[in-house]
Each structure stands twice: as C-alpha cells, then as structure tokens.
Design a binder for this molecule. Structure first.
Ligand code: P6P
Length: 336
C-alpha cells in the first residue's frame, strides 16, 4: 500500500493518543503523557530549528545570546528542551542522551519509564540548512519504583522497547512513532501549534530502488557490500544519501530503499548508536513491515547491549533489499 500523503484526518496527536490509550497494556495514561511531553519539546525545537539562521544559534559555543546566556549549539539547546519537558512531565525517572555520557536522573524516582534519545541528530547539517531529526526509545523501568534508575533500565535490549519514534524537522515537521501497534505519522501545523494525523498506518514497500550510504568509504567496505552496491548500479537504482540519518531513513520508509552504515576503519563497530538511533529505527521498520539487521543471522533488535553509548553497523529498510544484501538468514523472512 503506497504511503501517499493522506489528507490530515483532522485528529491531533493528543486526541489520537487518548483514543488509543485503551490499546496500551498498562493503560494508565503515563505513556500517553510521556508521548505528549516529547511532542511538546518537538514543537519548541521546531521553532528553534526554523529560526536558527536568524537567532544565531547555529555553530559553536562561546558567544552570548540576547538573554546573556552562553550560546549553545542547537543540539545542546534541543537536549535541554527535551530533558526539561520530560522532567516536567514526571513520567520519566531517567534519561540517556547522546549529549551526556552519564544517565540523567530526573528527580522523579516514581516515574515508571526511562527514555534514551538523540535530541538532535546530524546537527552539523543545521548550518547548511539540511533536514535533521530527534530520535527516542522508551522502556518501562525494571529497577524498583522509587529507587534511582541504573544502566540496567537502559540495557534491556531492543525488543523490550514499549515505544519508539522520531521527529523529522524537514520541509515539514513530522512526529512518527510506534507503541508496537503499527507506525503512525503526524504532520505539524505550526499556525495551530498542533501535530495532525497525516499517515495512520505507515508501511515500508517490500522492495525498493534506492540505496543510501556514504560511498566515500568504498575502499573500506567489505567485498559483500561492494558487490551489493555494484548490483544496485547495474540495475540503475538511485543513490540517495543526505548524510542525516532521520531524513535518509524517512525517505526510504515512504519510497522503499535500504540505508547502510557498515563498519569502517574510522568506526570499526559502525558509527551509529545502538540504544537511541538503531533500536528505535529498527522497531519502527519492523512494525512497518521491513527489516533492520547487522547480518543474515542477527537483527538489530536482538543485539544484547553492554554499553550505554555503544555503536553498531546498521542495514535497514525494505525486506527484499536487506535480504539481497545479507542473504536470507532466519532473521530475514522470505518476502511476500
Ligand atoms: P558519515 C550524522 O553525523 C550521522 O550521525 C547520521 O545522521 C548520518 O546518517 C551519519 O552520521 C553520516 O555519517 O560518516 O556518512 O558522514
């Protein structure tokens, strides 16, 4: 089924979450509140991102802004917005952010959830006005309620995520997420300050003709990757690489395609982060009918995590393309 841009069906994200709340196994409203907190911060980051050039909040540190605060890079700005929104929402006991090495305790030890996130991935793209994104992954805590969260709450493994998603700040701003019941897309109407349901059931095409990778690493790639890419070129597939993960992923999710970030000599374990980049995108793609693997026999979601900021290779997108790349191991079911 094509993901044509459906007309906004008139329901806001807030109302949609409330209606779907009954579907959550623990329909206590906490996860609903958490998703609303993320959407609120996303609206603020949308505003920051869209005025970056004017408000001089791109680029490095060290200058003063109008409030006399130290200027922050936009990814630090986004980090602060999301941490503040999650703290105020009181459903999260701890946060793991790409911007901080250690777990951030929210002082809500009664919160039942932890959130791992990349507040603004690819922020180097901001300075040249390229689309960027926020990535998030949500778990129920496993440490005792009221205690301080620990790394164990974040190292449960990809299949223990209760929700995952991203916010894409592109030609339009979209909030895309799953709670394990399919993938929904909401488009931001800034004149109303609301996300409206625009894609009720996003499905990735089983096949695609787009490959996304940085071919600058060509001579670093193993032969199997080069063989796959040569085959794509023989078939006159399209190379599309924005260099901004959420933007590349979102285009492939809608049009079909595969994104590849293999190990390189610069990043022998891959560049992308497992907990807050690859796990959420892998949950989304599987919910949308696609695949995310590191080999024919290991899916991203089955990688057992050991470190909070560990990196991993990533091959993700249309099932038939992933299968063609890594072979048809048991993690990659036959298409159709
Ligand atoms: P390379 C951006 O820095 C990022 O984390 C992702 O958004 C993007 O897909 C990737 O790295 C680009 O990495 O090595 O191709 O520049």
């Amino acid at each position: 089924k094509e993901n044509t841009l459906a007309q906004p069906v008139g329901i806001t994200l807030e109302r949609y979450i409330m209606r779907k709340q009954a579907e959550f196994p623990f329909a206590t409203g906490e996860l609903s509140q958490l998703l609303r907190d993320l959407a609120l911060a996303g609206k603020i980051v949308h505003r920051d991102v869209n005025r970056a050039g004017l408000a001089d909040i791109t680029g490095g540190m060290g200058t003063q802004n109008v409030q006399g605060e130290n200027q922050k890079k936009l990814d630090m700005e986004a980090h602060i917005r999301f941490v503040r929104a999650l703290k105020n929402g009181r459903e999260t006991c701890a946060i793991l952010s790409e911007e901080e090495a250690e777990i951030i305790h929210t002082d809500n030890d009664s919160g039942n959830y932890v959130v791992a996130m990349d507040p603004l991935d690819g922020s180097s793209n901001i300075d040249v006005n390229v689309s960027i994104g926020t990535l998030f992954s949500i778990y129920r805590r496993i440490t005792p309620p009221g205690s301080k969260a620990t790394a164990a709450d974040f190292l449960q493994g990809g299949r223990r995520q209760v929700a995952a998603g991203y916010i894409l700040y592109g030609s339009s701003t979209m909030f895309v997420y799953t709670t394990g019941h399919g993938v929904m897309g909401f488009t931001y109407e800034q004149s109303l300050g609301e996300f409206f349901l625009s894609h009720p059931d996003i499905r990735v095409p089983q096949d695609g003709t787009i490959f996304s990778c940085n071919e600058g690493y060509w001579f670093d790639y193993p032969d199997s990757i080069r063989t796959f890419l040569m085959d794509c070129k023989r078939k006159e597939y399209s190379g599309r690489y924005i260099g901004s993960l959420v933007a590349d992923y979102h285009r492939n999710l809608f049009n079909g395609g595969i994104y590849l970030y293999p190990p390189t000599s610069k990043n022998p374990r891959g560049k992308l982060r497992l907990l807050y980049e690859c796990y959420p995108l892998a949950m989304l793609i599987e919910q949308a009918g696609g695949q995310a693997v590191i080999s024919a026999t290991e899916a991203i979601l089955d990688i057992v995590p050991t470190e909070l900021h560990q990196r991993t290779p990533l091959f993700i997108g249309s099932t038939n393309m992933v299968r063609a790349l890594v072979g048809a191991g048991e993690t990659v079911p036959a298409s159709g």
